[in-house]
Ligand binder design. Structure first.
Ligand code: OAD
Ligand code: ZN
Length: 236
């Protein structure tokens, strides 16, 4: 096999690992107001509340395990690269389930729950279980400057240059378990399509972005992704 594959994942890929999605009826943003928790302004106004929210989500990761979708994507990456292909997995998820499953060529465009960043010196590091405004940055010695290494609303996602260069040269783009409502990720399928890539969407249901894709596979990620991976590897 040769070819250049870019995969985008969203919360739907981790739903069956017990981590909530954002916009489904019982999703995280139906229980919490993102304006109060996921913006730089919210953090400046109420750091304690924002830390508590992300500390709780970080705690959920301790027991979460990758599901068959994460595992199949790690197997696909290994096989694709072994056959000489180019591969990048871009995830909007801030959990660590792709890497636990063995994915290596992975970009966390919305950051990672397991990491923190200093707003003073910009150093990043592994977050403790509980991050608080009383903590001191070990790099610069400032107190109260450590924040979750998460991209909040109004902030620029990470590694966009790499992602766009990959989208512009890929010939297969697969979007899995994302509602396609948050930009810039929601626009990736159009960029890949304009670059001539075949675009496949895997989701429980149709999304606002469905018309951009050539092929749709409706189903749970834990079933639809392994099936897609088996077929893709058998074809080549
Ligand atoms: P959403 O909650 O918006 O969408 C989840 C998608 O997954 C929906 O389209 C569901 O239909 C689908 N889904 C749910 N369960 C599934 C399953 N078992 N198998 C397959 N699909 C399933 O989540 P995202 O699109 O990831 O940003 O949201 C994008 C961003 O918005 C997140 O990264 C987060 C959020 O605000 C930040 O925190 C910065
Ligand atoms: Zn610092």
């Amino acid at each position: 096999m040769s070819g250049h594959l870019v995969i985008l994942t969203g919360a739907g890929v981790s739903a069956e690992s017990g981590l909530g999605t954002f916009r489904d009826t019982d999703g995280i943003w139906s229980k919490f107001d993102w304006r109060e928790l996921a913006t730089p302004e919210a953090f400046a106004a109420k750091p304690h509340e924002v830390h508590a929210f992300y500390n709780a989500r970080r705690k959920n990761l301790v027991t979460a395990r990758p599901n068959a979708a994460h595992q199949a994507l790690a197997e696909l990456e290994a096989a694709w690269i072994a056959r000489g292909g180019e591969f990048l997995l871009v995830t909007q998820n801030v959990d660590n389930l792709h890497e636990t499953a063995g994915s290596e060529r992975l970009v966390h465009m919305h950051g990672e729950l397991s990491r923190m960043r200093c707003t003073n010196c910009h150093a990043t590091g592994e977050a403790p279980k509980e991050l608080s405004s009383l903590d001191t940055c070990s790099a610069c010695g400032s107190t109260g400057t450590l924040r979750p290494h998460i991209v909040w609303f109004g902030e620029m996602p990470l590694q966009m240059e790499l992602i766009y260069s990959q989208l512009e040269s890929c010939n297969l783009f697969v979007s899995i378990g994302t509602s396609g409502t948050v930009y810039p990720a929601a626009g990736f399928s159009q960029v890949a399509r304009d670059a001539g890539a075949r675009c496949i969407e895997i989701n429980l249901e149709e999304t606002d972005m469905s018309p951009v894709f050539h092929e749709h596979r409706l189903g749970k990620a834990s079933e639809a992704v392994p099936a897609f991976v088996r077929e893709t590897l058998a074809q080549s």
